[in-house]
Design a protein around this ligand. Sequence first.
Ligand code: NAD
Length: 255
Amino acid sequence: AAASPADAAHLLAGAERITVLTGAGISTDSGIPDFRGPQGVWTKDPGAAALFDYDTYMADANVRRTVWQMRRDHPAWQAAPNAAHRALAELDAAGRLRALVTQNIDGLHQAAGVADDHVIEVHGTMKQVACMKCGHRTPAPEVLERLEEESDPRCLVCGGIQKADTISFGQRLKPDVLDAAVQAAAEGAVFVAVGTSLAVHPVAGLCDIALENGVPLVVVNAEETPYDGVAEVVLRGQISEVVPELVKYALGTAG
Ligand code: NAD
C-alpha cells in the first residue's frame, strides 16, 4: 500500500531539528509552474531551458530582452503562499526547523513567515538583480520598471550586464550558501525533500549528505525521484495537503 503521512509520524514527532529541502513543486499550488513536472515550463517547451544558460545570456542581448520580459511577467509577483508554505512557517514558529533549504527563487517561504535566517536560497532569488561586472545589487522591481524604456537595463553604477540574482546553468552556487545547506543536511534529525525532482546537482546531493550522516530521508513528490529507493518514507500526494499533515504529526496536533 502507498505510504501516508502517518507513516512518517515516528520520524517527525518530537524531532527538534527538522531540515526541509523544497523545490518548484511546493509552489505549483500557488500558481507558479515547475520545470520538469507534467505542466512544467520545460516539459511544454524544452527550448526554454537555453534561456537559463549563463554564457548564452551574457553573449546575446536578444536572449536578455526575452529573459527580462519573462522576469517582469513571472507569476511569482502575484503569488501568495499556499497551505504547505504556511505549515512550514508554523513548524519554524514552533522552533522545530533546523533550516529550510530551497531551490525556489520566488520568496514564498519568507512571505509565509519563515525567519529570513532559516531560509537558505541555494539558487538565489528573483527579488534582487545583480550586476555581473561590479556585483552591485538592486531590488528587482526597480530594474523591471526600466523595461518600458530599455530592453536590457544596465547597471547604474558601472554599466555592466545585470541578471536576476539567481543561479543559471554554468554558474557556481555561492560557496557559503552551499556550505550552510550541507551543514543543515548533516545536522538535521530528519531530512524532508518536498516538490523536487532531485535531478539538479549539487542540491540533490544534499540527500546523500543526510544519509551519510545517518539522517533519515522523507520524500514528498508526485513523481518518482532518484532517491525514492533510499528514502525511509515516500509520499506521492498533493504537496499542499501532505505537508500540512506532516507538520501536524511533527507538532503533535494530528487528530
Ligand atoms: P522540478 O520542476 O525539477 O520538479 C518539481 C517536482 O515537483 C516534479 O517532480 C513534480 O512532479 C512535483 N510536483 C509539482 N507540483 C506538485 C504538487 N502540487 N504535489 C506533488 N508534487 C508536485 O523542480 P526542482 O527540482 O525544484 O528543480 C527546478 C529548478 O528550477 C530549481 O532549481 C529552481 O531553482 C527552479 N524553479 C523555481 C521555481 C520557483 O521558484 N517557484 C519554479 C520553477 C523552477
